[in-house]
Design a protein around this ligand. Structure first.
Ligand SMILES: [Fe+2]
Length: 134
């Protein structure tokens, strides 16, 4: 099982967003650790909500910069963000309603989603933002 470590190859060459991505992976590690430690539902639920809030904060920061500079792929990028937030909402609701467990599949999904999104969609804005005065 991957340990959700940030790697230099994930860099989007914008310090602020690299820091956000590192924090998101740290929250995944925290979630994973809470499960390994056998933490109760309330603590795990709180971490899930924290993960979702920080994800929203990060997505809004990216979207704001995209809009500010007229990023051409803004709409399709935003759709990817919205899809994950919907999935996190569903995950949290089902977890709270005892309809779903947090398993290795959950971590694998979140870790894969994040790293795939960084490596494809996010890396596409690197070149675009490089020439902008930030
Ligand atoms: Fe993104």
């Amino acid at each position: 099982m991957a340990v959700f470590e940030w790697e230099p190859r994930y860099s989007v060459h914008i310090e602020e967003f690299d820091a956000h991505h590192q924090k998101l992976l740290a929250l995944l590690r925290k979630l994973h650790q809470s499960m390994l430690d056998g933490q109760g539902k309330q603590i795990v639920g709180t971490i899930l909500v924290e993960l979702k809030s920080y994800t929203q904060y990060h997505f809004e920061a990216e979207e704001e910069k995209m809009q500010l500079h007229g990023y051409p792929k803004f709409e399709e990028h935003k759709k990817q963000h919205e899809a994950l937030i919907d999935q996190l909402d569903e995950l949290i609701n089902e977890y709270k309603a005892d309809k779903r467990q947090i398993t290795t599949d959950t971590y694998r999904f979140l870790n894969n989603w994040l790293t795939n999104h960084i490596m494809s969609a996010d890396k596409q804005y690197t070149a675009f933002f490089k020439d902008k005065d930030m």
